[in-house]
Every structure is written in structure tokens, then in C-alpha cells.
Design a protein around this ligand. Sequence first.
Ligand code: PLP
Length: 437
Amino acid sequence: MTTADLAGQTSAGARLLAAARAVIPGGVNSATRLVGPPHALTAASGAYVTDADGRRYLDYHAAFGAILLGHAAPEVDEAVRAAVGGLDLVGWGVTEPEVELARLVTETIPSAEQMISTMSGSEATAQAVRLSRAVTGRPLIVKFQGGFHGWHDAVARNVISAPDRAYGSDPLSGGILPEALGSTLIAEFNDLDSVRALYEAHPDRIAAVIMEPIPHNVGALVPSREFVEGLRALTTERGSLLIFDEVITGFRHALGGYQQICGVLPDLTTFGKAMGNGYPIAGLAGPRRLMEHFSSAGGDVLLAGTFNGNPVSSAAAIATIEYLRGHPDFYERTHALGDRMRAGLDAACAELGIAGTAAGFGGVFALYFAESPIRGYRDLMRNDDAAYVAFHRRMTERGFLMLPLTLKRNHISAAHTAEDVDRTLEAARDVLRTIRD
Ligand code: PLP
């Protein structure tokens, strides 16, 4: 929406956005927050968010997946309140909460012996890439078309591309040196041969393969067993590291992340988002033999960060993980609700004669506007992007918050109920009818 359009609007959202644009470029602090009409958000509780114009939304956006237990989860808020007013930030020595958090994480993530704490997922993946290069002495990284690992240079290629640009040179941002972009190679998810071909073309030069074990940044592609096991074997055989970027899947699908579910262990794991249930914290974990390359342990990989391991974020993450440990039924519940949603969406598409495929895993769901099977990014080229965006936009207009961008996924939290899912499906059926007609 242009600033001139905003001037004619009277909603509180439009007014705040106009004020925001004077002092924040574009009015928002992360580019994909501003899609659709302007909204000023004022409150969030449980499964709902409320805007300044009095609208209430059932929230499946979940702050891009950072909300897992519901907004303002009492257990997390209490832990944060208890932390505030005690030790804030000293930047010297070691603090109890960061140690407790690392203990919990290394107990729960199967491949983790040690962890470092960062403030964001991007910092965690940046450290993972740098560590891989330092350990192997090699320059190149492999990522998959459609995968997103944060905003930094090493992973700023081939995120979600228009079909004509997929697999080509597709930088996420200006201002990145061609050498940096050229040091990242692109493969096709669920296609081991595409990775083998890169090893043939660049022998002894690939430091690591980084992957979202389920690429939720393009909805939800589920890896085949042969693919993950094959990647594990291939990277080991070729002397590279395998990095699971579990920033979305971590803690969300299982306490030990997707690696616990598939039984394949990466060398390094990054995680973030849901682990703090909305508070800023992320991390990188791996075996001691790799993690001790960080400068904190005398290695040559710089570990620095003023806010790393800060007591308040650590308290939020400890409370989130303890909640999950104390409520193993959380996973059964959210997975069952996810199944109910996917089955309902598939049934609605079948009933209405729409070529749709409900995809997802656990509490994450997406509705592709394409016939199954959808295994990799190439299959997603068949997705009807306009229908996908229209579906999300019209659902949001009806009070079911689903980010209106193509291939964005939706999240079910501990605060959603079966009634919520059924209400959503009822609305989805109506919206799908409008899309078909
Ligand atoms: N990795 C994945 C899989 C992500 O989805 C994201 C963010 O969406 C990141 C890394 C970057 O995390 P952050 O936004 O906390 O920097």
C-alpha cells in the first residue's frame, strides 16, 4: 500500500503504518511482515492475536513459527518475569541459566554434545557455515532450492524463486559479493543425484550440505528415507559436514527435532524460533570435537555476541523446553490436530473438484494448489501461486491468520483446539468455493 493510499485510510493500522514509514524504512522491521492491508497489532494471547481496529484472528502464522505453546504462555511468561530484576546482562563470566539451557538442549537433541547460544537463527546458521569451512578447510556450501536459512550472504541464494529463475543465480539481496554467491551451490531436495553431481563437479571443495530436514520455507516437503540416509552417507564419504537447520522443525515436531524422528544424525544442528516461544534465542549444537573449534575453547572460529546466552532469553527457552518435557502429549495433540486439518482440507478439495494437496508434518500444514505427488521444488512449479495467495488472504480476511504469501506454511500450537480446526475447515470450504468459482 502506497503512502498516498494510506493517507485516505482511517484505520488504526493505516495510521500507525503511516507514522512508521516516517521512521522505519517501509514501516516494518522485516520485509515480509507487510502483506495485505496494514494492521497494528495490540495483543496476543493463546491462539489469538488482536489488532488496533478490534479484529481478532485465530493465529496460524505464529510469528513465522516462533510461537509453539500459544501466545503469552503462562509458564514462559512467569519464568521471564522471575528472570527480570535479577541478573540482567553482565557480559563477564558464566551464568546459571545459559548452562542449564545447554544442559537441556544437549540432553534432548540426539546429535548435540555441546551448544552455543545465539540471538537468531541467522546467526546460528552463519556460525554453522563458518565452522564447517574452518574444520574442513574447504570453501563451498550446498543448499537446496527453496530452502531458507536466514539473511546472511552464505545462504542468500535460491530461496523461493519464480519458476523462470529457479536453479539459476537468484540472490536474495543486493549488496552481496559474487564470490559469496558463487560459493553456495544449489541442489534439488529429495534428489540425491543432484547432490552427487555437485560433488563430481567440485571434488574436495564442499565443506557442508545445509538443509531444512523438512523444507517448511516452501510449505512442507517431507524427505524420503533414502534421501536423508543417502545424504548422511554421501557427506561422510566425501569428507563434508551435514548441517540440519532445525530452526523450524526443532522442538516443534519432536523434542529432539526431526533428527529424533528420522533417526539420521547430522554433524551440526541449528535451532531457534519455537525454542523460546517468542523470546529471541537460537543456537548451534554438535559434537565436542567440532564445537571446540570455537575460540571460546581455544579454536580458531570466532565466537562473539553481546547478547548470546542472556539470562532472560535463556529463562524463556528453559521454560519452553521444560513444558515440552512435562507434556509429552503436546506432540500427540498437535500432530493429531495437524492430521485433522490436512484430512479436512483434502476432503474439501476433493468435494469441490479442486486440484489441491494438503501437505505438512505434525502441527504444520500447507495446502498446495497442485496435484500430488509433491516431493521436491520442481513439483512446486506446478503450484498455482495465485490460488495459494488468494486462499491465505481470504482466510485472513475471515479471521484465520495465514500469511498471504505463496508457499508459506501454517502452524498449530498448544493453544489450538479441535473446535478451532473444525471452524477453520468450515471457513476453508467456503473460501475454496470462491477460488474455484
Ligand atoms: N533457518 C530457517 C529454517 C528459517 O526458517 C529461518 C527464519 O525463518 C532462519 C534460519 C533464520 O532465523 P532468524 O529469522 O531467527 O534469523
